[in-house]
Design a protein around this ligand. Structure first.
Ligand code: SAM
Ligand code: SF4
Length: 337
């Protein structure tokens, strides 16, 4: 049942008192890479009719904004392989109350799309980069070419985004020897960097997550052999904990879902490419917004009602345990990382 328009709250608050003002929207489950921690080599992608249309995605974005959400991140899969994604971004960019419209990308399409993205209203982008060694980059992404991504980063810099952040997932014995190189690359190019601990989302062939686990504390200890890291109280309204490198002033973030649980301050929800609203990255509590969209096409009040009601089932938090795999059967590419 949908409520009368005047009965909608100005903001979304869950039953633990946390305000949700940030939504991450996966615009596709498809990707041109097959990163070893994210996807199987042979992935089966969703048929097109199960994916939300661009119009449906725009309506969801508008509904969230009308409920007080001020930040939308587009992700995937690889958001920039979705046809006409720039049109969606342009349309979302016209929502007055949105303070931030941002995107996470693997960088492969940025040579052609960095400028259109900037012109469509995206101010900040995150680019994933796990290795600066072409051979290792290929091993980690299975299908990616390092040069294409480095050229993409150049194109993004030339497009003058307010901020560009590198995201790196570090795996033991695969790229843990590149932590300093990635920090130096980011400093040299005036980019922020965040290191992300691998999360157990989906079963991936031969990949043993417990074996590959490399904690934020390990990464910090590696860096402290070369640099002095000073903790800073800076926040980007997210789970990153930040440090400044005393010698260069560069900023480094650590996203540590295992070693430092960040659920108490959770301010976000996620929409999968097929329209499932996930209330927690590490739990299965969800609401099927596609069913609402397709039962009541174009009815934003029905959508807003479902979103408001979903706050009642947002769980208190997640608890990743690498010894009991798989905890969550969906891959990160479905979740919208
Ligand atoms: N394709 C885009 C990209 O790679 O940036 C956006 C989607 S990707 C799922 C978003 C982020 O999630 C990337 O930075 C990626 O490295 C990260 N990621 C993917 N699988 C992960 C996992 N199992 N644990 C932690 N981070 C993961
Ligand atoms: Fe694709 Fe991003 Fe997943 Fe890598 S992490 S396979 S680039 S969706």
């Amino acid at each position: 049942m949908s409520r009368a328009p005047e009965r909608f709250p100005e903001k979304l608050v869950d039953k633990f008192g946390r305000t949700v003002d940030y939504v991450r929207i996966s615009v596709t489950d498809r990707c041109d890479f097959r990163c070893v921690y994210c996807m199987d080599e042979e992935m089966e992608f969703l048929p097109r009719d199960r994916i939300l249309t661009l119009e449906e995605l725009e309506l969801v974005g508008t509904a969230f904004a009308e409920l007080g959400v001020t930040k939308i991140r587009l992700t995937g899969g690889e958001p920039l392989v979705r046809k006409d994604v720039i049109t969606l971004i342009e349309n979302l960019g016209t929502i007055q109350s949105l303070k931030e419209l941002v995107i996470t990308t693997n960088g492969s399409q940025l040579v052609k799309l960095a400028l259109p993205l900037k012109n469509a209203g995206v101010k900040r982008i995150n680019i994933s980069l796990d290795s600066l060694n072409p051979k290792k980059f290929k091993e980690l992404t299975r299908t990616g070419e390092l040069k294409q991504v480095l050229d993409g980063i150049k194109a993004a810099k030339a497009a003058n985004f307010e901020k560009i952040k590198i995201n790196a997932v570090i795996l033991k014995n695969r790229n843990d020897d590149e932590v300093k190189a990635l920090v130096d690359f980011s400093a040299d190019n005036d980019l922020d960097i965040s290191f992300i601990e691998e999360m157990p989302l989906g079963v991936i062939g031969e990949h043993d997550r417990a074996e590959a686990y490399y904690s934020s504390d390990n990464i910090k200890a590696d860096l402290e052999k070369h640099y002095t890291l000073i903790p800073t109280p800076e926040t980007t309204a997210g789970p990153s904990k930040y440090f400044r490198v005393a010698e260069t002033g560069a900023r480094i973030g650590f996203i540590s879902p295992h070693s430092h649980n960040f659920c108490d301050d959770c301010n976000r929800v996620r929409l999968t490419a097929e329209g499932r609203l996930l209330l927690c990255l590490g739990q299965e509590h969800s609401v099927d917004l596609r069913a609402v969209l397709r039962t009541y096409p174009g009815d934003i009040n029905k959508l807003k009602s479902a979103i408001v009601d979903s706050m009642d089932i947002k769980p208190k938090g997640h608890d990743f345990d690498l010894s009991v795999q798989p905890l969550i059967f969906r891959h990160m590419s479905h979740t919208g990382g």
